[in-house]
Design a protein around this ligand. Structure first.
Ligand SMILES: *Cc1c(COP(=O)(O)O)cnc(C)c1O
Length: 374
């Protein structure tokens, strides 16, 4: 790339491109092959030796996070690569409320007798620190899904290090533009690239970013065995999506700030969770650690779970669908998923992924659905 340090807004555009030799393509081509022709001494198969398309995506994400990236076929593939690769009996300190798939996989590893799980409220720093002695792994979400709690990553990672515990941060809700956990002491960063990094709700991918090249190599060896490498088409699309992350993120965050403020004043909304509101419990930590407050809002609708579902089904522009981080706004009542309900998500909470549409169109849609005769 360029030999001066770049801002993340430039890295998303410039990183992961072929060398600038005459007639070289500007973008890395989609390399579709499983095996490669043998040479006398090499032995290439694309589950082991990734194609250039996979490597281009990894190079870009690694440059953004300041580490060494390893791509997976989904976010859950990346979480599994960590949860399933711990020595038997490892104590895992994990969030009591977080992304449902992550809670499910740690729960499964405990049920199989492989890990011992210690659930903690990761927004209460002292509670996490008290759980660290004797543990092997601390799993955090930079901002929790779906309750939007904000973890004090530097304080927690420093305490983990003192206890010989490795810190893993799922930074999906923050993106590398909002927060870079490796700069705050984390050992490893995870993203569901399905969300903001790819940004168009059209593929599944995950990524882990290690602090050292040696750790990344270990992860690559595990990935080759487990076979959870992404396809070249997915990597191409994810890198193409990443090119516009900075402008998508800027617009989505501005929309979210405006909508969170309007929702907080809406008579049919009983609570808004958004770190950008000064009254939010995560506001202080997010203001200190993050650039911006993200584009996810969770809010509680007055009435019953059915009333909240009806708000979702009355919307016309905002999509009633799971997932997040795409250009198109998505909303769902999160407790419709049993595991979220079991882990304390209020039955009337709507998780709203704010897209890049015009803010007034989004507000007209929301206000209309909230005030429709129920
Ligand atoms: C979606 C999500 C995941 C899982 O990612 P997939 O790509 O859907 O497998 C993990 N963590 C968080 C915070 C997520 O939002």
């Amino acid at each position: 790339m360029v030999d001066v340090p770049l801002h993340p807004e430039s890295i998303v555009v410039a990183a992961g491109r072929p060398p600038r030799t005459p007639r070289a393509p500007l973008s890395t081509p989609v390399v579709l092959t499983a095996p490669y022709q043998h040479g006398p001494d090499d032995n290439h198969y694309s589950r082991h030796e990734t194609t250039d398309t996979v490597r281009a995506f990894e190079e870009a994400v690694g440059a953004l996070e300041g580490g060494h990236a390893v791509a997976y076929s989904s976010g859950m593939g990346a979480v599994a690569a960590i949860a399933q690769a711990q020595p038997a009996g490892t104590v895992a300190v994990v969030p009591s409320a977080a992304y449902s798939g992550t809670l499910a996989i740690f729960g499964e590893q405990q049920a199989l007798g492989h890990l011992q799980v210690r659930p903690v409220d990761i927004t209460v720093t002292d509670e996490v620190i008290a759980a660290l002695p004797g543990a092997g792994l601390l799993w955090l979400e930079s901002v929790t899904n779906p309750l939007l709690g904000v973890a004090d990553v530097p304080a927690l990672a420093a305490a983990a290090r003192r206890n010989g515990v490795r810190t893993y941060v799922d930074s999906t809700f923050s993106t590398p533009l909002g927060f870079r956990p490796l700069e705050h002491g984390a050992d490893l960063v995870m993203h569901s690239a399905t969300k903001y990094l790819a940004g168009h709700s059209d593929l599944l991918m995950g990524v882990l970013v290690a602090r050292t090249a040696e750790r990344a190599q270990e992860l690559r060896e595990g990935r080759a065995l487990a076979g959870c490498i992404p396809g070249a088409l997915e990597c191409y699309l994810a890198l193409r999506g990443l090119r516009t992350l900075a402008v998508r993120w800027e617009r989505a965050q501005a929309n979210a700030q405006e909508l969170a403020e309007r929702l907080a004043a809406h008579p049919r909304v009983t609570r808004v969770r958004f770190p950008g509101l000064p009254s939010d419990p995560g506001h202080e930590v997010a203001s200190r650690l993050h650039d911006g407050y993200g584009a996810m809002i969770s809010f509680d609708v007055a009435g019953t779970a059915e009333d909240a579902e009806r708000v979702c089904t009355s919307l016309q522009l905002i999509n009633h669908a799971t997932s997040l981080g795409g250009v198109e706004s998505l909303i769902e009542r999160r407790a419709r998923h049993a595991i979220d309900a079991e882990h304390g998500t209020p039955p009337t909470l709507l998780r709203f992924s704010v897209g890049i549409e015009h803010v007034e169109d989004l507000w007209t849609d929301l206000d209309g659905a909230l005030t429709t005769k129920q």
